[in-house]
Design a protein around this ligand. Sequence first.
Ligand SMILES: [Zn+2]
Length: 203
Amino acid sequence: MRYSLAIMALLALSLGCSRTGGSSLTKAEKALIDGSGPVMRVLTIADRKDSLFLRKACADFSDRDLKTKRYQALAGKMVTTVTDPSQDGVGIAGPQVGLSRRIVAVQRFDKEGEPFEVYPNIRIESLSGDVVPGAEGCLSVPGLRGMVPRYTKVVISYKDASTLRTVRDTVEGFTAVIFQHETDHLDGILYTDRADTLTAYSY
Ligand SMILES: [Zn+2]
């Protein structure tokens, strides 16, 4: 089990996009960010077009795009969306708001005040520790919960949007699980692909 998970993780990484420079935002992507209100529409697998979009591998942001007010607006809107009472999630990824870009917002339960933070061009560099099953749900998969085996420790890398430097961070516990769930989205993987069991859930 542990071995096959490691293979899957490696596969996910290899399916990701090149590390060297990202492509510029397209006209349609700019229009999506600019035209959205503070709470963005969340794509779900209930819609066929959305579900195909959620399976796409994402591209990195270009350095130039990371320095824009538009990028800051996107980061703010993703946090507003995931924290909105209609969603009330602990993390959200670019494809979930209709953007096939490597970006996630994650609630850092391992930090004082449990803030949401946004990570562009993020990747998981390594997975370690035990593999432990835990309950997960997803804003894009309404009405389901599942038990998913995840590593207890991850090393992430991402681009600091203000310095444009690549930053590495080691994360453990529940927050490490959120990072694994959200970065999976960037490779078109949903937690239902990895779940041992799935059960219907009503709010
Ligand atoms: Zn999700």
